[in-house]
Design a protein around this ligand. Structure first.
Ligand code: SAM
Ligand code: SF4
Length: 463
């Protein structure tokens, strides 16, 4: 049996947290660790936390609590808490009081120093807390172990300057810092050489990219350069802010063969007074005008969004405005959330004074979801009978006789699987035969249009 120490990383939250975990895994690989199959087999457990909503925090606290028993059984193991929650003073106080089993706590800004922090934790009898209040320079050339077998994610901008009044991200992730274009292009070239064909560039506010560079650049400039990379077939970007979604970007998507026709535009709310108090910096009318311009230039785009219900002071009439936006835009799908008060944000103070009752929040969420599910189903039904090109991502988790695939505009398609042929990581034409709310079903309609990937791994994540 190998003597190498083993690590397990538990990740909560968004794609940026997933990417941070890949970089931590890369550093641990370089230190001679190897991945463990589960937390029970690990010598080091890193819990990479999310602070965006109370529910994510509760899950992380629950998991940290459960690990106490594991640590009692194997006192030699190391427990580390990382990520957005670690940036909050309340979390550190909670850990000190309730989770003495934790050896190391570090935040979002010093993850690149993981090896050195682990050394310090090994030498200390006390919990080591190393949380930076602000970020340093962007650090390039960190190692990484990519988790996903088919799609690759590339950070292009860190932090957020928007300060929406409900959101903790500007506090946990700091001010915006863009990477220079050249190292991003190099990273994407290297990924394409490895065989990755579906690349997503990432930022909390991805279309603010480049305003802080000298000379200033923007997301459209970057995507146009990335399109030139041989081997990349699909280019995605997440998450954009409607305020910064320029006509130049719309035109770049419309003119591109590679930038996928999926436009995610988080609206958050439909009522102008609520949007103003959220500090979203657009009105309902400006948002709907943006959607019209997207539909005009990119008629085949799928449109998705994020919506919060129950923001402090939201009235029934305000909520009706949100439903009105959903009816008008007819999103393909939406992430819907109940407002969750976050320490240090202005809206948390308003929640103390003018909260929407819990039951009303839940009822609004249910009404919103019912409307959106109906629209999602109708949008998917429109695709039945059409031919689409899909990227085969893996074997379906629920049924091993089915491949889980994705279209350029982010729709999941399930197709029958012939176990004799490995289609993972290949582009395949399919005919859509059925529609459900969250996915489509289809039949293979021809040979794969891409050769087998040089990077094909035996074990790929299921979708
Ligand atoms: N930057 C993106 C934008 O501007 O829309 C979104 C990033 S945020 C981490 C992801 C989503 O979480 C947001 O779009 C919002 O809908 C939701 N969210 C953020 N803070 C929230 C809160 N306090 N309560 C409920 N949902 C929240
Ligand atoms: Fe949060 Fe607003 Fe920044 Fe998005 S734009 S991360 S919602 S503060």
């Amino acid at each position: 049996m190998s003597q190498q120490p083993r690590y397990f990383i538990k990740t909560y939250g968004c794609q940026m947290n997933e990417r941070d975990s890949e970089i931590m895994a890369g550093q641990l690989d370089q230190m001679g660790y190897q991945p463990a199959a589960s937390d029970r087999d690990a010598d080091l457990i890193v819990i990479n936390t999310c602070a965006v909503r109370g529910s994510a925090e509760e899950h992380a606290f629950g998991y940290i609590g459960q690990l106490r028993q594991l640590k009692d059984e194997r006192p030699g193991m190391t427990l580390a808490v990382a990520g957005c929650m670690a940036q909050e003073a309340g979390t550190i106080a909670w850990l000190k009081k309730h989770a003495p089993q934790v050896d190391l706590v570090f935040g979002t800004h010093n993850m690149h120093q993981l090896p050195e922090m682990l050394d310090r934790a090994a030498e200390s009898d006390e919990m080591v807390v190393d949380v930076w209040q602000s970020a340093g320079e962007v650090v390039e050339h960190l190692p990484s172990r990519r988790k996903d077998g088919v799609r690759a994610f590339v950070n292009i901008i860190y932090g957020c300057d928007k300060f929406c009044t409900y959101c903790i991200v500007p506090f946990t992730r700091g001010r915006e810092r863009s990477r220079e274009m050249e190292p991003i292009i190099e990273e994407v070239r290297a990924l394409a050489d490895e065989g990755y064909q579906d690349i997503t560039v990432l930022g909390q506010n991805v279309n603010s990219y480049g305003h802080d560079l000298e000379p200033a650049r923007d997301l459209a400039d970057l995507l146009v350069e990335l399109e030139k990379v041989d081997g990349v077939r699909w280019l995605r970007y997440t998450t954009p802010h409607p305020r910064d979604f320029s006509q130049k970007l719309i035109d770049a998507i419309a003119d591109s063969q590679k930038i996928t026709r999926h436009v995610h535009l988080p609206v958050q709310a439909g009522s102008n007074p609520i949007l103003k108090r959220m500090n979203r910096k657009y009105t309902k009318e400006a948002y709907l005008d943006l959607i019209e311009r997207v539909k005009l230039k990119i008629p085949d785009a799928s449109l998705t969004t994020d919506i919060i219900v129950g923001f402090p002071g939201e009235t029934e009439a305000d909520f009706e405005e949100t439903l009105d936006v959903v009816r008008r835009v007819r999103y393909d799908s939406a992430f819907t959330f109940i407002y969750s008060a976050r320490e240090r944000t202005p809206a948390a103070r308003w929640e103390g004074r003018d909260p929407v009752p819990n039951q009303v929040k839940k009822d609004r969420l249910n009404r919103l979801m019912a409307l959106q599910y109906q629209i999602s189903l109708e949008a998917n039904e429109q695709l039945v009978g059409k031919q689409e090109l899909v990227l085969v991502e893996g074997v379906s988790k629920k049924n091993d006789r089915v491949w889980a695939c994705r279209t350029h505009n982010n729709k999941v398609v399930l197709i029958d699987r012939d176990p004799a042929e490995d289609l993972i990581d290949r582009f395949v034409p399919v005919r859509i035969t059925g529609a459900k709310t969250f996915y489509l079903t289809g039949q293979q309609a021809g040979r794969p249009v891409s050769p087998p990937s040089p990077r094909r791994r035996v074990e790929l994540p299921m979708v």
